[in-house]
Design a protein around this ligand. Structure first.
Ligand code: SF4
Length: 212
């Protein structure tokens, strides 16, 4: 079972150490948990979500719902404003680079953000089994939920009546854009529904990290 107090301690230390701290979220269920925890820790900074232009309507609805619930924070939707296209089928890596990685990176550079909090967990992908609480790269990445299981996340959301993604219980354990995301079956790699048929499991946002 996840250690709630340990996660809150990591968050409070991050808030105290980095005045420019930002939260990034892909609106997975762990993201809903993280927003509630940072709210309990009196965070009032930026919450960043990249609106690629290809999100499920349920994702955008959740984004609105979370803004209403946690109005003390500064919710910022980032986007490249590229016209609708089918680049995702012709060159998905370029599509991710233009529509996902670049808008976030541009914001972080413009605002000189030195540290980000995010909600990745070790159980969310075989490639994340060795995830550390602190990662160093272009900027510090702090991962307070690495030990949380899906059961831990579900219990927390239920106990606190927190809004979370409505497609989760349909098998969408990892949320992404509709052209590249599908449900997974019980027992499958939770992230196997992402970038289906593309031979990759990451969009590129988290690739430039080194363990502490
Ligand atoms: S996940 Fe798919 S649609 Fe979304 S930015 Fe990447 S390639 Fe484009």
């Amino acid at each position: 079972m996840a250690d709630l107090n340990a996660s809150i301690a990591v968050i409070e230390e991050a808030i105290g150490s980095y005045p420019d701290l930002a939260v990034t979220t892909g609106l997975n269920i762990s993201g809903s948990v993280l927003l509630d925890l940072v709210s309990r820790s009196n965070f009032s900074g930026a919450v960043l979500f990249v609106d690629t232009g290809y999100h499920f309507p349920q994702t955008l609805s959740l984004w609105e719902e979370l803004q209403d619930r946690y109005s003390e924070m500064n919710f910022v939707a980032l986007g490249a404003d590229n016209p609708p296209d089918t680049l995702y089928s012709r060159d998905p890596e370029l599509c991710c680079s233009l529509n996902k990685v670049a808008p976030l990176e541009n914001y972080l550079q413009e605002h000189r953000v030195s540290a980000v909090l995010n909600a990745r967990t070790r159980v969310s992908s075989p490639g994340r089994r060795d995830l550390s609480v602190i990662e160093h790269g272009t900027r510090v990445r702090i991962n307070p939920l690495i030990e949380w299981s899906y059961e831990d996340l579900e219990h927390y959301l239920e106990d606190r009546d927190i809004p979370y993604h409505s497609l989760y219980h349909e098998g969408y354990l990892s949320m992404g854009c509709w052209p590249c995301t599908g449900p997974v079956k019980p027992g499958q790699d939770p992230r196997s529904g992402r970038f289906m048929g593309q031979g990759r499991s990451e969009c590129g946002i988290w690739l430039d990290v080194k363990k502490a």
